[in-house]
Design a protein around this ligand. Structure first.
Ligand SMILES: C[S@@+](CC[C@H](N)C(=O)[O-])C[C@H]1O[C@@H](n2cnc3c(N)ncnc32)[C@H](O)[C@@H]1O
Length: 572
């Protein structure tokens, strides 16, 4: 449904926010790959991207045409006559019905105007047949479709185009990536790109090549985020990408400036003037790093770069290896309480196990802690049947396995690919645990028991002195680096994959901070900030040589990034 139109102060035709967002959800959502853009957001982006009445505009996946109408609004405000829209605005849309609807809705909004040129086509095939098509502006909100759902022959053409542009796509490459690359490649020098894209751009590895691609091609990039979701019910968090000053040819020495702007509400974002932002002073480094750190100030970013290079600072990887925990395939079957063990007669086939981070209270897990968890009937037993045990199983275990087969546990993917299905692999005891999902701090816990963990918690193998490695994690240096290395998906939680965890910053020298016992006592007493502050003094100031003000910068970086992700979860 199209809402009644009204005129904004800027003179642009505006459709009420959100009226077009949910109308095609039931059917074809997979193909559509996301939500339609609210008219107000499309108008805001068009206002920034289109600066001349002669600008030529490409919308590569126009849906029902919200950006086409927004572009016409903006061109009109710049003095363009409505008879020119047909030549200036080009839309492409895979679904013929939506392409048709684009024309209809455009005609309703601009009855006297020449409608844009809209191609009902796959954008990547369209590119092949329109090799010379060039534009000064690219606008849109490309679909979000995973590689395996990306229909052929479109996928092969898109991947080939990515390779021609110097990228190396893989099976994680989502369809929105080739959309941005292709649209950029068709921009004239000086051109602008303004798109709604997944927040994944900032942090996931599969988008790292795209980040470099953009840095090599634009003079300036602005990423706008908003604490209020743009799209109701959307799981995918989005950001607005505003890239300007397309270079005549790519340059790996280009000094691309970046700015990240964050708004608490959509209303505040829409009231802001994207054209009036000061020139960003942050220069993006030509490296495979995430862009999350650009939420920090230029001073903070420089400081983190210097600290990383300090001889007294190393990454966790120098002291320890981080691996995922055990993948049981079905925790309800394999991870048990003492009562379940007793009721099913499973004694003799067990290993102690930590399955939830809430079971780890301090900075070390002692035998007393584990015994307490067992008494509380917490799920602390892994059903462990070595593959070699086949044949000699007790009758009660045989019965439990048969019940699992009756419940089709053996048909689950992870169980079905191992032989025998009930033999959980990779059961080994780590020196320490490291939280994979972080709410406040990247907690490390020394393991003083024979317990292992499920894959909700990482396992650490220390190269030396596990106790000292764990203790040296408890500083604001590690805290700040976790926020930069990790990823957060809108749930407020920071997630660290093992390779990301191995990049956490630590002191090179071990055993110079608070004894782990003291840290443990403070953490258990809910005094993590005290533990960090005292350890900062001993490790960061006395050993690494940072000043008290520099420790404060680290603490503020941590607090700022942590609050940012938490605020995004609160808005939900
Ligand atoms: C997330 S919707 C956004 C639509 C519109 N850009 C907007 O902002 O409201 C993505 C659109 O991409 C279209 N689409 C999907 N694959 C496409 C392709 N290969 N070529 C062109 N359009 C495609 C879908 O049909 C859908 O209309």
């Amino acid at each position: 449904m199209v809402g009644t139109t009204e005129y904004s102060a800027a003179g642009a035709v505006q459709e009420p926010l959100g009226t077009l967002t949910n109308n095609h959800l039931q059917n074809g959502e997979k193909l559509r790959g996301g939500y339609y853009t609210p008219a107000a957001v499309a108008n805001w982006l068009s206002h920034w991207a289109i600066r001349q009445p002669s600008d030529t505009i490409l919308e590569p996946s126009c849906g029902d045409g919200v950006f086409l109408r927004a572009a016409a609004n903006r061109l009109s405000a710049l003095g363009c006559t409505s008879s020119e829209y047909g030549q200036l605005i080009t839309g492409v849309e895979l679904l013929p019905s939506e392409a048709e609807r684009s024309t209809q809705l455009f005609t309703i909004a601009h009855p006297q105007a020449a409608p844009p040129t809209i191609f009902p086509a796959d954008f990547f095939r369209w590119l092949v047949f329109n090799l010379d098509a060039r534009f000064t502006v690219a606008l849109g909100n490309p679909p979000f479709i995973r590689y395996q759902n990306f229909p052929e022959p479109s996928r092969t053409i898109a991947m080939q185009m990515l390779r021609q542009q110097g990228l190396k796509p893989n099976k994680l490459t989502n369809i929105w990536v080739p959309f941005i690359v292709a649209a950029t490649s068709r921009l004239q020098p000086g051109g602008r790109l303004a798109m709604v894209i997944p927040a994944e751009l900032l942090q996931v590895s599969y988008a790292s090549q795209l980040r470099l691609f953009l840095v090599d091609r634009f003079r300036r990039i602005e990423v706008v985020t908003c604490n209020e979701m743009f799209f109701k019910n959307a799981e995918q968090e989005v950001v607005l990408l505003l890239a300007e000053g397309k270079l005549a040819r790519p340059s790996s020495t280009n000094q691309c400036h970046i700015n990240m702007t964050e708004f608490a509400t959509l209303d505040a974002l829409l009231k802001s003037d994207p054209g009036s932002k000061p020139e960003a002073q942050k220069i993006i480094q030509h490296e495979n790093e995430k862009w999350l750190k650009y939420f920090l100030s230029a001073r903070e970013i420089d400081f983190m770069r210097q600290v990383r290079l300090a001889p007294a600072v190393v990454s966790l990887n120098s002291h320890a290896e981080v691996d995922v925990g055990i993948v049981t395939g079905e925790n309800a079957f394999f991870v048990l309480t003492k009562d379940q063990v007793r009721d099913n007669g499973l004694k003799g086939y067990l290993k102690p196990l930590i399955g939830r981070s809430a079971q780890l209270q301090g900075a070390q897990l002692t035998r007393t802690d584990l015994a307490q968890l067992v008494r509380e009937n917490s799920r602390t037993f892994l059903l462990y049947i070595p593959p070699t045990a086949n044949g000699g199983l007790s009758p009660s275990l045989d019965k439990y396995i048969s019940r699992g087969e009756r419940d089709k546990i053996n048909k689950g993917y992870k169980c079905s690919i191992r032989n025998p299905w009930y033999s959980v692999p990779s059961v080994w005891v780590p020196n320490a645990f490291l939280f994979r999902q972080i709410y406040d701090f990247p907690r490390a816990v020394l393991n003083l028991t024979r317990a292992t963990s499920t894959d909700t918690i990482h396992r650490m193998t220390c190269r030396e002195k596990p106790e000292a490695v764990v203790a040296s994690i408890y500083t604001h240096l590690t805290a700040a680096s976790a926020e930069i290395e990790g990823r957060s998906y809108g749930g407020g939680v920071l997630e660290l994959e093992p390779t990301e965890a191995e990049k956490l910053l630590l002191p090179r020298t071990l055993g110079i901070g608070l004894p782990l016992g003291e840290i443990d006592a403070l953490v258990r007493a809910g005094r993590l900030p005290d533990a960090l502050q005292q350890n900062d003094r001993k490790i960061l100031m006395d050993n690494i040589g940072l000043t008290s003000a520099e420790c404060t910068i680290l603490r503020e970086i941590w607090a700022k990034m942590r609050e940012r992700r938490r605020a995004r979860s609160r808005r939900k």
